[in-house]
Ligand binder design. Structure first.
Ligand SMILES: NC(=O)c1ccc[n+]([C@@H]2O[C@H](COP(=O)([O-])OP(=O)(O)OC[C@H]3O[C@@H](n4cnc5c(N)ncnc54)[C@H](OP(=O)(O)O)[C@@H]3O)[C@@H](O)[C@H]2O)c1
Length: 304
């Protein structure tokens, strides 16, 4: 039994916490510990960390460095995609991170150009070859509109049954497509990854996914800093009240709503800061204030 499995045993966990487990882990591990990131059980029984590293734009040596540092700090979920053109770097960062494959949760995504039954199988194989892994924990259809997403899904179902993908999911779909997918295919999506942040809270999708047992995952949890997110007065006041940063308040808000988050950063200090959200709680008035920030409009119109 490894340390995570040990901690997931409730009796052992209680004993460990009683022994001052957090401090003990701090002494054992470097920096923040993966033990502090809770995992959620998806609708097919697979477990997924509730916070991970986004890697869009983290290419080349920067990508290797950020991924390896994140793993060293305790990240276990790494989110990449074929279109980020960084799967080789992410794979190298994973190798340098020095953690056993089965303790990591690696996501990649099928790009539009690889849609359709045959192409999806090839796209998947290219991704795992670049990452130098023999399976993915999660594989998503990146942008389903305008392509043969149904053929892609059938290919992904087969790869799922072969054990080459532990969970399959969708990204950027509307609710009509999600409904079609949930109603008409053998394997239900485990995850839906969509733009979600304080300025675009996706209330309808949130309710729908919850109702259908599909895990919601937020991309751009900071809206990439757009619309002045890091300087927002409401978020800054909440951050000050809790002795935390605006980034941490945003991530904690997602976490308390049960949404998996994958913040990206090029800076080790930020990567560490973004993991440090499990020692405080937003109260009802904080949550109401953040709710009031919703503009219900994408901050990435160029992608729609
Ligand atoms: N499925 C999709 O279609 C889709 C689309 C977009 C993104 N994604 C995924 O979601 C991930 C996250 O989204 P994103 O990359 O668009 O942006 P994001 O995580 O919302 O924001 C990244 C920006 O926040 C800054 N930042 C990070 N931590 C910070 C902190 N603690 N304090 C201050 N600034 C901080 C980063 O700057 P520094 O580097 O200076 O820290 C960077 O400029 C992506 O990397 C990707 O994996 C998926």
């Amino acid at each position: 039994m490894n340390r995570r499995q040990f901690l997931q045993t409730s009796a052992a966990s209680a004993l460990f916490v009683g022994m001052g487990g957090r401090r003990l882990l701090g002494a054992i591990g470097a920096g923040a510990s993966d033990k502090s990131v809770p995992w959620v059980t998806l609708n097919n029984g697979v477990k997924m960390p509730r916070l991970g590293l986004g890697t869009m734009t983290l290419r080349g040596d920067l990508g290797v460095k950020c991924v390896a540092e994140a793993i060293g700090l305790g990240y276990r979920l790494i989110d990449t995609a074929m279109i980020y053109d960084n799967e080789v770097s992410v794979g190298e960062g994973i190798k340098q991170g020095g953690i056993k494959r089965e303790e990591l949760f690696i996501t990649s995504k099928l790009w539009k150009a690889d849609m359709g039954y045959e192409n999806a199988k090839k796209g998947f194989q290219t991704s795992i070859d670049k990452l130098k892994v023999d399976y993915l924990d999660l594989y998503l259809i990146h942008r389903p509109f305008g392509g043969d997403w149904k053929g892609s899904w059938r290919a992904m179902e087969e790869l799922y049954h072969q054990g080459k993908i532990k969970a399959i999911g969708m990204s950027n779909a509307d609710l009509a497509l999600m409904s079609d997918l949930i109603s008409n295919f053998e394997v239900k999506p485990a995850v839906h990854q969509i733009e979600t942040h304080a300025f675009f809270q996706e209330a309808s999708a949130y309710d729908y996914l919850k109702q259908h047992g599909v895990q919601m995952e937020a991309w751009s949890p900071f809206a990439e800093g757009r619309h002045g997110l890091f300087a927002n007065e409401t978020l800054a006041a909440i951050a000050k009240k809790h002795g935390k940063s605006v980034a941490q308040v945003c991530l904690r808000w997602h976490y308390q709503r049960g949404i998996v988050v994958i913040p990206r950063s090029t800076q080790k200090a930020h990567i560490a800061e973004n993991l440090n959200i499990f020692d405080f709680s937003l109260d009802d008035s904080d949550l109401a204030s953040i709710s009031s920030l919703d503009l219900n409009v994408t901050q990435f119109p160029e992608w729609t």
